[in-house]
Write a protein that binds this ligand. Structure first.
Ligand code: BG6
Length: 484
């Protein structure tokens, strides 16, 4: 059974930074896949806008190369490719000057939804917003999409929000956190609020702790300059891991509507305790014979930026008082794997006696790769021997449960860009949410900066520094293995 595609209303989309890396790798391939899926019509304008001199033909050639590389599975669709490329146009434009804006304004049609994707650094957000308004492009159905990093700290995030708010209403601003577009991340809400099974147990009475791991096997690669100013805390925790934490910890919203969901997420962030200094472990990867170490890759021999971080958090509210949340993320770890594990408490009394050992239910939500859910349950070990217990997984790998076609999940950007056109902000961060996340993040960073501590070295291909393991061992708990 192929999934149903509901076409969106006609739209014009402008990609500022149209020849940048994100446009090439993500935005253009996502649009192309949605077009091939039949989600929008040929009567759509997709306009790249960038400073470099380029005409429509040049942009089509750029897009053709990008699609060959980043949507290779559609290489045989010659007709669709020609139709898609015919929708592309390009305007040479200066975000900080007047060049190109009148031409752009002429190309945008009045009777369409208009979306402007700011695929540029945050220093240009305010300029773009201002010029869009000045050229009569900001009103009505206009919406803007902004990428992370949304600020470097609370103050800069506030300044960005203010800069956008001068020209656009909050309902027109789509702040992307691409983790929210991941199919299994959305599934988190379906699992929690679509089943009666889990929710009664979803609290500190039954949950011992929750672990969130987002492990990457790659290093910082060519993004060293940006990354060295950010580090894992700003690059991953303040946004992606925080969003996962919110979806896991939030109260059920009254309905699946943008503000109802985002109100509940905001409450979680505001309920976070400050992190105790001993509850943070930072690491930096070492090199191998063939791979450079972090400092070399980042181009900063003195760098004290973390490429790994583990934290223990507390959400101080009725539901979660006393249940720790352990978060970790890092680069150059053993595998690329992301999962959330809800580890339930022991049964209150074991009727099988101490020799039956210790058994726990664990609900694991695997975000990537191999998306699925696994519930660890305890059963009797088969055989005529005594009453011995073992833990087995009730495994629901989506590819097996749904069939490979249904489990061929769209890239997060496909979903998110179509949501922008549909005008659905549920999977986008609201301004106050981003600010609350920074308000929690800033003191954690300030603490280690004041202490002047350097991150601990860890081996490429490991699970991070040993101190991260200790963070849990001290509490009589252990991380789940980082494995495919
Ligand atoms: C980005 C970070 O937001 O997310 C990167 O800036 C990181 O450093 C990436 O590699 C991870 O995304 P994904 O979808 O590959 O898990």
């Amino acid at each position: 059974m192929a999934s149903r595609v509901i076409p969106v209303d006609p739209f014009d989309l402008v990609i500022f930074g149209g020849t940048g890396d994100l446009a090439r790798r993500k935005i253009l391939p996502a649009l192309y896949r949605r077009f091939v899926a039949g989600q929008f019509e040929r009567d759509t304008r997709l306009i790249g806008a960038a400073r470099g001199a380029m005409d429509a033909e040049g942009y089509r050639a750029f897009a053709r190369d990008a699609l060959a590389e980043f949507a290779p599975e559609l290489a045989g669709r010659k007709r669709a490719l020609a139709d898609f490329l015919a929708m592309l146009d390009h305007v040479t434009l200066d975000a900080r000057g007047e060049e190109g804006w009148d031409i752009l304004a002429e190309k945008i049609r009045k009777d369409r939804i208009r979306a402007f994707y700011f695929s540029v650094g945050p220093t240009l957000f305010g300029d773009l917003a201002r010029r869009l308004q000045r050229h009569g492009l900001a009103h009505g159905d206009a919406r803007i999409v902004v990428e992370k990093p949304f600020g470097h700290d609370l103050e800069s995030a506030r300044a960005l929000n203010r800069g956008l708010a001068r020209h656009f209403d909050e309902h027109q601003i789509y702040r992307i956190d691409h983790y929210l577009g991941k199919e299994t991340v959305q599934n988190l809400m379906a699992i929690r609020f679509g089943n009666v099974l889990f929710e009664p147990l979803w609290n500190s009475q039954y949950v011992d702790h929750i672990q969130i791991t987002v492990a990457e096997s790659v290093g910082v690669g060519g993004r060293g300059e940006y990354y060295d100013r950010a580090g894992a805390m700003r690059d991953m925790v303040q946004n992606h891991l925080m969003q996962l934490l919110c979806l896991i910890a939030m109260e059920p919203p009254a309905k699946f509507d943008p503000d109802a969901v985002r109100d509940e997420k905001l409450k979680v962030i505001r309920a976070l305790d400050p992190v105790a200094p001993g509850a943070v472990v930072r690491g930096q990867y070492e090199g191998t014979d063939t791979l450079p170490d972090y400092r070399t890759e980042a181009g900063n021999p003195e760098s004290t930026t973390e490429s790994f971080i583990a934290l223990k958090l507390h959400v101080s509210n009725w539901r979660w008082a006393g249940t720790p949340f352990y978060l970790r993320t890092g680069k150059r770890l053993r595998e690329r794997t992301s999962e959330i594990a809800v580890v339930f408490k022991d049964a209150p009394h074991s009727i099988f006696g101490p020799e039956a050992g210790r058994h726990r239910n664990i609900l694991t939500i695997r975000l990537q790769p191999n998306e699925g859910i696994e519930l660890g349950v305890t059963i009797k070990e088969p055989g005529p021997g005594g009453m011995r217990l073992i833990d087995v997984p009730l495994d629901m790998t989506f590819a097996e449960a749904l069939g490979p076609e249904e489990a061929d999940f769209p890239d997060a950007y496909e979903r998110l860009i179509m949501d922008v056109i549909r005008g659905n902000q549920t999977l986008f961060m609201r301004g106050d949410e981003v600010e609350a996340a920074w308000a929690w993040t800033d003191p954690v960073i300030a603490e280690w900066e004041a202490a002047g501590t350097a991150p601990l070295p860890y081996a490429t291909g490991s699970s991070g520094p040993d101190d991260a393991l200790m963070l849990m061992h001290r509490d009589g708990r252990r991380w789940r293995e980082i494995r495919p």
